[in-house]
Design a protein. Sequence first.
Length: 447
Amino acid sequence: MFKRIFGSYLLVLFISFAVLALAFSLTVRQYLINDAIQNLHRVAETLSATAAQPGMHGGGHMRGAFFNLANRVAYADYLLLEANGMIIDSSDVETYPPGNQVNNEAFLNLAFEPDVSETLVEKNLVAVVYPVKIAGYRNEAALILYSHLDLLIQLNRSILNILALALGAGIAVSLLAGAFATRIVVGPLQKLKNRAGELARRQFTGKLSIKTGDELEELAETFNEMAGQLAEYDRVQKAFFQKASHELKTPLMSVQGYAEALKEGVIPAAEREQSLDIIIRESQRMKALVDEFLYLSKMETLKETYTFEPVDLEDAVREAVHAVQSLAFDKRVTINTTVNPDKVAIKGDPEKIHRLLLNILGNALRHARHNVTISVDGTIITVEDDGPGFQSGEKEKIFAPFYHGENGGSGLGLTISRAIVEKHGGKISAGESSSGGAIIKIDFLQR
């Protein structure tokens, strides 16, 4: 990751510096050209006012004028032309001898074409023109002041050399700063990567410490929270399998013991039918326990197992009471039902709500002495029994997997009930009645 981030940083850095250098070079060159043109105009204006006689400033090989260019002395040549292209006078007689025709088409266009700009800029030359009147000449004349850009090129190169040194120093500093900054960013990311690998290997101990004061530190805290939750989930899963194994071990041992005794013939003939009944009962117990395992697993992993539709709570309660009526009759327990005159419908899964009510009523019937009361008040369902109630500290444990008190079942019924209620966005709680029995209150919170 460090190589990719630092490589991308270098690419952006070099592109930025290259664009900066090119833009700066073009800007400086244009500035020097504009400065030269302004100075040539100023000098040409002065010279044109004194161009009454041929041979300005001596002519010959002497330069016609000088001016300042970026605080340096720059020299310019002059050229006096007639409209017919005849050279009247020049400061560079070797190139432009007086009395001859000028061989520079650009100068002629500059001097006498009205549609041409008063400034000429070529690759290595810049020139300006001013009209003049020369004594003894009837034709139109023009003063051209031109300068070769040797000095401008030298200045531009000098500036570029300075710029190159500055850019080199800037690149070096930027590389060091970039490497340092990349390390600062990559270091925490590497720690996060290592921690993620540890969590993948189920190594939940220890905490990730990143002090950057930004989102990376917040991400590290999230990793720590996730590690804690994974550790708790792992602990719960291990406890679940241990308790599940324990719950299955007892009936399995009973089935195995009676089956072996029947095979070896050590059980008297009069007791064989009773032994077979025990095997069947324990097998049914294991089957019910496995079904609850599978049901609880599906509830925790599959959201699509729920099909929500309008459910009338009064009808749901009456169906559940009817389903457990035979069990209540066997235990000689009376189920009392109280409902509001106004029917209330909620959005829920009918099959899950039916199972929820069966679990709660079955648990109440298991502990009741004579009566179980179930009431519906709006979206609140309350189930109360007249049994011994909860022991000290038991109310906080009854919804935990595999917890069961005296005369309890598998310990999964109330766990499944809580999961169903929470999937419906409700709450379930346990309490004690005025008679000392247990109360289970379900609130679907859909008002």
